[in-house]
Design a protein around this ligand. Structure first.
Ligand code: COI
Length: 354
């Protein structure tokens, strides 16, 4: 455990918990009683405080609002069947957060603030962790540039926040996916691997157009040839072809290094599948489908966990999947949930006890 920096704690006078209906938790709509806030000023982190969840007072000239110098993370806390609370692999997200920070010319957030602050905040709002199956407390760390200046340059000042949102499943039903050929999410040398706000803003028009065509999300392809697949919406993607699980590799820096992606690779290997991280073209996917070798397609992400894809459309070619008879993605989802909710041994040490 890391040493606590001096964190001032001001508790909410009244908890909002009794107003929450745990039976209908739409993703990301509700926030717990407290949040963590810290400021980076004159080269150091200060004003580290856990306080009642509340709006921020910002100048209209704040750099992040204009130039998008902002990064975030998504982490989940669970309660096991005995009622003990855990955070899932927070150190991995902490490391990725600082990789994003470096790419966006932002300061590193020390472990004493990110991890120890998160531990104290989640401990304080522990009763907000839903006990229902497939539910969790979504933890959202966020950092943004807070200089008040209209000029394009890295900010000198930053704000770091952690907020907590009790939540149910993100995508509950099997998805229909449109293979994107017009827009691009990421390019080599760009920021595809960073969890930065602009990546999500830039994806919205493509998602909206896919929705107009009746699809839930897009499968991104490379920016040069629109040939090699990258990610599905906010998720990494896996294809089970024959006895091998294939997922795009991270070499080009165009794909987010997902923590759920890493879990999926580990658990698929435990199931006895071969796992390959490599470039995968839409042509290879279509050939495998025509040869009846493309068995399953699914997305992985912290918010989404494991999302089953029931249809993939590339130009006029539509691939339908018999999701009712799938074995791998449902087993993967179950194993992951069982580890998180304490029904399966945590042999990889993913659960971080509060
Ligand atoms: C996550 O999977 O945690 C994400 O950040 C995706 C989305 C909610 C933005």
């Amino acid at each position: 455990m890391v040493a606590a920096m001096d964190i001032l704690v001001t508790k909410a006078e009244r908890s909002k918990l009794q107003d929450l209906n745990f039976d209908n938790l739409v993703f990301g709509r509700y926030f717990s009683d407290h949040m963590l806030e810290a400021d980076y000023e004159n080269g150091e982190w200060k004003n580290i405080e856990i306080k009642p969840y509340q709006p921020l007072l910002l100048s209209p000239s704040v750099v992040a609002l204009h130039y998008g110098q902002a990064i975030f993370e998504g982490i989940k806390a669970f309660r096991d069947e005995r009622g003990d609370a855990y955070i899932f692999r927070p150190i991995d997200n902490f490391k990725r957060f600082n990789i994003s920070a470096e790419r966006m010319q932002m300061p590193v957030v020390p472990e004493e603030i990110f991890i120890e602050g998160m531990r104290q905040l989640v401990t304080l709002d522990k009763n907000w962790i839903p006990a229902e199956k497939d539910h969790s407390l979504y933890i959202r760390p966020l950092m943004f540039a807070s200089d008040e200046a209209i000029g394009v340059r890295p900010s000198d000042n930053y704000k770091f926040l952690i907020m907590l949102s009790p939540t149910g499943p993100y995508y509950s039903a099997p998805m229909r996916i449109y293979v994107e050929e017009k827009f691009a999410r990421a390019v080599q040398g760009g920021v595809g691997f960073a969890k930065t706000a602009g990546n999500y803003a830039a994806a919205m028009l493509a998602s909206a157009e896919a929705k107009e065509k009746g699809y839930d999300q897009v499968l991104w392809t490379d920016a040069f040839e629109h040939k090699y697949v990258q990610e599905i919406g906010t998720m990494n993607v896996f294809f089970i072809i024959g006895d091998t699980a294939i997922t795009p590799d991270l070499e080009q820096g165009t794909i987010l290094n997902g923590v759920t992606r890493q879990c999926a690779i580990t658990l698929l290997e435990e199931m006895g599948l071969k796992v390959e991280e490599r470039p995968l073209s839409i042509d290879e996917i279509i050939d495998a489908y025509k040869a009846e070798l493309l068995h399953e397609v699914f997305g992985t992400g912290t918010a989404a966990t494991i999302s089953i894809i029931k249809e993939l459309r590339y130009k006029d070619f539509v691939m339908h999947f018999d999701v009712e008879n799938w074995k791998t993605a449902p087993t993967l989802k179950k194993w992951l949930m069982d580890i998180r909710e304490g029904r399966r041994e945590d042999k990889y040490g993913w659960m971080w006890k509060l």
